[in-house]
Write a protein that binds this ligand. Structure first.
Ligand SMILES: Nc1nc2c(c(=O)[nH]1)N[C@H]1C(S)=C(S)[C@@H](COP(=O)(O)O)O[C@H]1N2
Ligand SMILES: [Mo]
Length: 427
């Protein structure tokens, strides 16, 4: 046992350098994948942190991660223009994240012998470096797995996805920063050690291992190549392009939507005015017809309380805007919504000045049954209590009798089956 730990002896199998025989592993190859991730992952991380800000977590009831404390340091008021802002930031977050999966897997494959380096650590500095690698790899795998499970609607985590994904992001970012600081010089040297163009022209029979490296990425006893570097890069790049091509359609309307074979929501909808994605059906959240029938009333709370029927709402000035619904899961769609301005409803119940609104749904319980909108969101002329979509009454699944539509906001704040609008001074 002592001999094992001192490194004089190694456990068998993957802990022996002879075990790893691919002739393609080496610092150059690892650095090519590393460079792609170095550009791509920060974009995924920043758009993800932006998404947290888009939820306006400082407003009452909005923070799905109430213990986030210090992690709120960068929050800002989410803007109402351009109307497609969240559609773009969250589309990039999800689609680019998916596209990077093959590259991440290739990068992990290329460094896998290092995970089995023996002895585990020769010095405290090395022990620290390996611990940071554990956080880096663990953090990356955690973020990708939770993100993908969430957009594929497998809610199987024993913790809140929002909190877990947010905390995981910061752990991953911290480990990534350390890793880049340590490895950047080596990345540059390794990339310079071979010509990318030349590699793309090198055929299988001319493929040779990279020269032995101090990190031990290059196999000690390489097997004859069965694939060129060009072949491997094409395979990984092709995988990324395939994932991109089969998922980007969910951020578009019309024909491209049908190409999104990897998206869990439907791709083909009928021609009807209400035929587009439904996130949660009325039945699935326990909305019963009796609550949405003629007995439904909208409660307004401001300087005074009022109750309005749907007919009274329809008799108010109605406005129509084309606005997107952009879900945190990455899909989005633009529709023409018709309804009453939130600002008009605020005025009607005597709410004045710098006011936001706390929206309550008929839905009982669950994080989506209520939401706070900021003062700029409440005041924007395009922010509607929508009653109709594409010229027809809202369907029950799209939020009948009335739902919120706010320009630029994440889909989750477009509350369906609204029961009450509580206008309050913006804090
Ligand atoms: N009451 C209620 N409103 C809700 C939801 C919900 O589950 N319950 N889902 C939200 C989410 S996450 C999105 S993306 C949009 C989707 O709207 P749609 O189902 O009409 O496409 O509705 C939002 N409004
Ligand atoms: Mo959503």
């Amino acid at each position: 046992m002592r001999a094992l730990l001192r490194g004089e002896e190694r456990p068998p199998g993957p802990f022996r350098p002879e075990f790893w025989r691919s002739p393609l592993r080496g610092p150059w190859l690892t650095s090519v994948f590393g460079l792609v991730l170095l550009v791509g992952l920060p974009i995924v991380a920043v758009t993800g942190l932006v998404s947290y800000a888009a939820y306006n977590p400082r407003l009452p009831g909005n923070d799905l991660t109430p213990e986030s404390g210090l992690l709120r340091f960068y929050l800002f008021d989410w803007p109402v223009r351009p109307v497609w802002i969240y559609r773009v930031t969250q589309g990039i977050h999800v689609i680019l994240g998916l596209t990077l999966v093959p590259v991440l897997l290739a990068k992990l494959w290329s460094v896998i012998p290092k995970l089995f380096a023996w002895p585990p650590a020769l010095s405290p500095a090395q022990a620290l470096e390996r611990a940071s690698l554990l956080l880096l790899v663990g953090g990356a795998v955690f973020e990708f797995v939770t993100g993908i499970f969430n957009i594929q609607l497998f809610y199987i985590f024993p913790f809140s996805f929002y909190s877990g994904h947010l905390y995981g992001a910061w752990i991953f970012l911290a480990a990534l920063t350390v890793h880049v600081a340590i490895k950047l010089p080596r990345l540059v040297t390794a990339l310079r050690s071979r010509s990318f163009r030349q590699e793309l022209r090198t055929r299988l029979q001319d493929t040779r291992p990279e020269p032995p490296d101090p990190d031990g990425l290059v196999a000690a006893a390489p097997a004859p190549p069965t694939m060129s570097r060009r072949g491997l890069l094409t395979f990984v790049g092709g995988g990324s392009l395939a994932v991109l091509g089969l998922s980007v359609g969910q951020t578009m309307d019309g024909l491209p939507r049908r190409t999104a074979l990897l998206a869990p929501h439907g791709r083909e909808y009928g021609p009807g005015p209400n035929d587009f994605q439904v996130n949660k059906t009325a039945a699935s959240v326990g909305i019963v017809p009796a609550e949405t029938g003629p007995g439904w009333r909208l409660t307004l709370a401001g300087a005074r309380q009022m109750r309005l029927t749907r007919e009274e709402l329809l008799a108010m000035p109605l406005h129509t805007y084309r606005l997107p619904i952009a879900c945190v899961e990455g899909w989005s769609t633009e529709q023409a919504w018709t309804g009453v301005r939130l600002a008009d409803l605020a005025r009607l119940c005597g709410a004045k000045g710098d006011i936001g609104v706390y929206v309550r749904s008929l839905q009982k319980g669950g994080v989506f049954s209520h939401a706070s909108l900021s003062a700029p969101q409440t005041a924007d002329p395009r922010s509607l209590l929508a009653l109709r979509v594409n010229g027809a009454d809202l369907s029950l699944d799209h939020g009948f009798p009335a739902r919120i539509i706010v320009p630029g906001a994440p889909g989750v704040h477009n509350t369906k089956w609204v029961r009450e609008l509580d206008f309050r001074p913006a804090s």
